[in-house]
Design a protein around this ligand. Structure first.
Ligand SMILES: [Zn+2]
Length: 666
């Protein structure tokens, strides 16, 4: 048995080797000119017909902080027809044969004709829901038929224009007409050096069939192209984004006239794929192709090498990001126990030493690769009322609730309106002189100084110091700490709203200064993103230097050898809050975690400082939590928002999961 087994293995290895060799030989004849390095043939090239064609660069890749890939390239085999090489009298026959070969092998060729053959009636009919495509087909740039033309009229027009006379096999007639229409649409007939991509992403099986069958057919070749492949596509899809064929509008507004772009190009459509397009694209090269008078490919040589795009390393650590994703899901589902409307959440973690974003997570999340490739999944995600493709972390805006109180304290201390020891007396209700509304406190705290007011989140204390410091100062410190302003991230982010006279004016209202006491405890019009709340927390943690929040760590050349750009700590605002005042606020936030509303962290292995928040809204309250750790030398600042999460355990729980993972093994 043993002997038999090894003999069998040897034989099958031999067969595999033969097969591989055969394919290699065939491919060598058919393969893209890119592989044929023909500089030495340059002299003889002058004797025959020479065409210049553009060559595509590889798109740059996107990786996490450790080099784990998010967006990479994979090589794809395509079948291409070259107008300058194909025998014009044989073109229809060749297309017919290609269509048959693809059908026999059950593989798709590019087919955009909005007409099908109805199997029952044996009639051509227009496809449903393709009005735009049908209009275009009949239009004067294409078939130039009147509006009443039938599907059969369209096919007949294409076939007669291109002298194609198949009448019996109606399905074949339609398919060949579709290819011809594709050629017409792509401008194949507008010049002599054009090519038409007949099929993309051919399987290895079909590749060997094609290599064997068409190796001596001039004008048919296999080309290599790179295709974007999303990996770990459910880890941080909102930030990575995706690529796609540019739309006409995109071409007109952004790319028209730009070197290296044609309307046929694949470009970034969202996320970093779009915002980093300039780095990712690369530069086209040029090739000269030599064709004999009989249409045979003689030589091909690169005259300008294509220059691949740049590689982008993110500040995101996939391991931590995955922990955050799982934790948001876990706690949203748990919160539903008491708040049935809890469906969404966002969390952001930032390194306060430099502004690098460590976590940028949104729930519900989605898988970008499946979204692009699986129609059922696409429609499921598109119909989801919680809108998974919307990034809560970047674009969701939420009232900050009591997580705003440290800002109120910083402003009041720094403007000399209160000191560490001053007390305010709480009897549950705060009256603004002359106002017909009040701020209520959940406790009856008596005379409280800042530290215990923060620990217990006393609304009366923070209303009073807010009134003293005034709305202009609150607005000023918001902007310095990154609330209601852009944080600098290399992605589209919402700017939020700072409650105050400027915003009121914008919406056609007059600010009532008595409402300052609402704004001071995070109510009124205040709305911020989780990213802004994390930036603000990081700015407190590091002593008052606001760094540009960034997700791009560095950009290198494609091979990852040469650094082109590195994002180090970049200060965008010095808050100029006195170190002593920052110390007082940090100390008060420490008290929140040791003896206050986040006392579940009192014995946590790493000392943390924090602030809890609850924001009233239609439906269950939002629950918020901000924190940084270690207290003495902070390395991580976190902001969690659970939409309609109601209870504080959910937002605190997410922060704890991230802290556990971050400090594991440290
Ligand atoms: Zn109170």
């Amino acid at each position: 048995m043993e002997i038999h087994g090894s003999q069998y293995k040897r034989r099958s290895a031999f067969i595999v080797a033969i097969l591989t060799l055969t394919i290699v030989v065939y491919i060598f004849r058919l393969i893209d000119w890119q592989i044929v390095n023909g500089k030495k043939y340059f002299e003889i090239a002058n004797r025959n017909n020479i065409f210049t064609v553009k060559t595509e660069p590889l798109r740059g890749e996107i990786l996490d902080s450790e080099g784990e890939p998010f967006a990479q390239n994979i090589i794809e085999y395509n079948l291409v027809i070259d107008r300058f090489a194909i025998n014009k009298n044989e073109e229809n026959k060749i297309i017919e044969s290609l269509v048959k070969t693809f059908k026999e092998n059950k593989e798709d060729f590019i087919d955009n004709l909005p007409i099908i053959l109805d199997e029952k009636s044996k009639q051509y009919v227009f496809m449903e829901e393709k009005e735009k495509e049908i209009q275009k087909l009949k239009g004067k740039d294409m078939l130039n038929l009147n509006n009443y033309a039938s599907a059969k009229d369209c096919i007949d027009r294409i076939c007669s224009r291109f002298n194609y006379y198949e009448e019996k096999d109606l399905s074949l007639r339609r398919d060949v007409a579709s290819v011809k229409y594709g050629m017409l649409e792509k401008g194949y007939y507008q010049a002599m050096n054009t090519s038409y991509t007949f099929a993309r992403g051919i399987s290895n099986n079909l590749l060997s069939v094609i290599c064997e069958k068409y190796q001596d057919v001039a004008g048919v070749r296999i080309s290599l192209s790179s295709k974007r492949d999303l990996l770990n596509s459910n880890v941080i899809p909102h930030a990575i984004g995706f690529t796609g064929k540019m739309s006409k509008e995109q071409y007109e507004t952004t790319f028209k006239g730009k070197e290296d772009y044609t309307i046929e190009d694949v470009v970034g459509k969202s996320g970093l794929e779009a915002s980093m397009e300039n780095y990712l694209k690369g530069k086209r090269g040029e090739k000269k192709i030599e064709i004999s008078k009989e249409g045979k490919l003689l030589n091909a040589f690169e005259t300008v090498d294509p220059e691949p795009g740049k590689t982008i390393f993110l500040t995101i650590n996939s391991r931590l990001q995955k922990v955050a994703n799982a934790s948001l899901e876990k706690y949203v589902k748990m919160a539903r126990g008491s708040a049935g409307d809890c469906k969404a959440a966002g969390v952001v973690a930032i390194d306060p030493r430099n502004g690098a974003i460590l976590v940028l997570s949104t729930y519900p999340n989605y898988d970008a690769k499946r979204y692009l490739e699986d129609k059922d999944y696409y429609s499921e995600i598109s119909k989801d009322k919680a809108v998974p493709i919307f990034s809560r972390a970047l674009n969701g805006v939420f009232p900050p609730g009591s997580t705003f109180k440290p800002l109120d304290a910083l402003a009041a201390l720094n403007e000399g309106c209160v000191n560490e020891k001053d007390t305010v007396t709480c009897h549950r209700i705060y009256y603004y002189p002359g106002a017909n509304f009040t701020n209520k406190c959940l406790g009856n705290h008596g005379a409280v100084p800042l530290r215990s007011a923060m620990a217990r989140s006393c609304n009366v204390y923070f209303s009073e110091i807010g009134r003293r410091v005034g709305i202009e100062n609150l607005n000023k410190y918001c902007k310095l700490f990154g609330l209601g302003v852009k944080t600098g991230i290399e992605l589209p982010e919402s700017v939020g709203v700072i409650a105050g006279p400027d915003h009121s004016k914008k919406i056609g209202k007059i600010w009532d200064k008595r409402v300052t006491i609402k704004a001071a405890i995070g109510q009124s019009d205040n709305l911020f993103t989780p990213l802004q709340l994390a930036t603000y927390t990081a700015t407190i943690a590091n002593g008052g230097h606001r760094y540009k929040s960034h997700i791009v760590k560095k950009i290198t050349d494609y091979k990852r050898e040469k650094i082109i750009l590195e994002n180090n700590a970049q200060i965008v605002a010095e808050t100029e809050v006195l170190p002593e005042n920052i110390r007082i606020v940090k100390d008060a936030m420490r008290a929140v975690a040791t003896s206050g509303t986040a006392a579940m962290f009192s014995r946590y292995r790493v000392p943390i400082a924090a602030k809890t928040g609850t924001a009233q809204c239609t439906g269950s309250d939002h629950t918020l939590f901000i924190c940084f750790a270690p207290y003495e030398n902070p390395e991580i600042a976190i902001a969690v928002v659970i939409e309609h999460g109601a209870k504080g355990f959910a937002s605190k729980g997410v922060a704890k999961d991230i802290l556990d993972a971050y400090f594991a093994g440290k």
